[in-house]
Design a protein around this ligand. Sequence first.
Ligand SMILES: Nc1ncnc2c1ncn2[C@@H]1O[C@H](COP(=O)(O)OP(=O)(O)OP(=O)(O)O)[C@@H](O)[C@H]1O
Length: 536
Amino acid sequence: MRFFKWNAHFIFVIALYLLVSIVSVAFPLSLMNITDTLIGGGNERLMPLYIGCSSLGISQMVLVYTSGKLNNSYVANRMIQLREQINSVILNTSFEQFNQYDKEEYQNLLYANIENLEEDYYNAVLNIITKGLLLSCSLITLIVLQPMLTLALVVIIILISVLPLVFSVRIIKLKEEHINLNGKYINITNEIISGFNIIRIYCRQKIFSEKANENIKFLEKKRLHLKNTMLKANVIFGSATILIMLIIFLLGGYLVSKEMLTVGSLIAFIQLIMYVIEPSINIAQDVNKVTSTKPIREQIQSILKLEVAESSNHEFNIIREIHLKGISYVYENATAPILKNINLRFEKGKKYAIVGGNGCGKSTLLKIIAGLISGYNGEIYINQKNHKGTINSIGFVDQDNFLFQGTILNNINLFNEDNFLENDIQRLIKQLDFETLLLKLNEDVGSNGECLSGGQRQKVSIARAIFQSPQLLLLDEPNSALDSENSELLYRLIENMKDCICIMITHEDEDALNIFDEIIEVKNGEAYVKSRALVS
Ligand SMILES: Nc1ncnc2c1ncn2[C@@H]1O[C@H](COP(=O)(O)OP(=O)(O)OP(=O)(O)O)[C@@H](O)[C@H]1O
């Protein structure tokens, strides 16, 4: 991924900056002419010189404004493209690749770190180019004006440019530590906001405010340290500037007294020296800024390297059969596999209940079937063809029942306006007999459905899965928040779904599971058919 893009816009910005530099350098030269003309008594030539000087001033103003505007729009475009690219990669990567990073890492990158890039990378790099152009134009002019003095100047500038190198290593390290602390602070504040109810109910304000305050202190201390280091660098550069000015002034004064330099040239020289020293310092500072964003750029690069899922959402018009052969799975960092050599067969039109104790691996098995987990051993055959990845014709109700901000309708048709079949959804909800949902169909559910009850969230999640007319319906304890009446309705609905494979995880007693064709028990990492319906 290239952060900068050589396009017409970029080249135009650089061309304008070159023009700004040329005009900036021409201005002190024109002042030189005015001063020397005034001292030499050539008053009749003054008026055109004044006009020329003013025109240069006005052109400089216009050019600085125009180039600045173009610079800003170029950076804004790059930021938009970068954010779009990151979002697209994240949205299209495989589940396994996505899970390489913690949720917090993505959040920190997208909320905070990427913001730093605009100022400390894009603007800093463009500033280096701008200042570099001004510095080069000024140096060339200075060499033409007075080569000896310029040589002395160049030597001094080279000496002071070693200084930033000393500071840059320290600044990068501090910036990196600051980014880490900032990430931790974002995490703790997220926890305080998300866990507000628990914190208040169990009166844990003190613990959490101590946690947050400790983080704030560390964070601010680090920020202060970083700022002070940058300040130290600036003061040293500033002092070096004054020293250079003094040396040049003394040398220049000496050359004027020896009539080797005119007064006008000395004034122009000093102005041009400023155009060399200031950009040198700015460039050194900007180089520090750019290098300080290295950890962020590396983080972005590694996220952008996430591969787009190879076999995302395979299309299946009909799923006749799913066959798991020798499936084993071990979670990263876990010492033992959670699933060992699972062999199961699921057939169209049949309903399967998966039972087993807490933490035995039922949800893991369901996620493997859904294609959410891919690093397993063994094979999955769909319609007798080896398959990896997710499939399109699936309905999935997980334990989280995550809802997007929007209406219940949005959450059922998943913002698919083409598929905006309100009547169908109404019919479905009536069929599910989730009548309370009907009244709220166009109401906003709030962030993650906070305006709905737990049971209502679960109902929306079920309606969403069924609305997709799935070939494969996977339900992870879909009635855990439903009352017995609604739970019974759900069972009737599942019973009538003849065209799909339905696999449901449940903790209910076997007596309640008579609509299922098979009850599969997961125990000690293994899965076996515990009982079959008498009819099959
Ligand atoms: N993302 C993960 N990373 C590491 N370990 C995990 C992860 N998800 C689950 N586990 C572990 O795998 C085991 C099985 O979890 P799983 O959610 O499949 O159990 P389950 O049978 O569905 O349990 P329950 O009935 O309580 O929902 C648990 O010990 C859990 O701690």
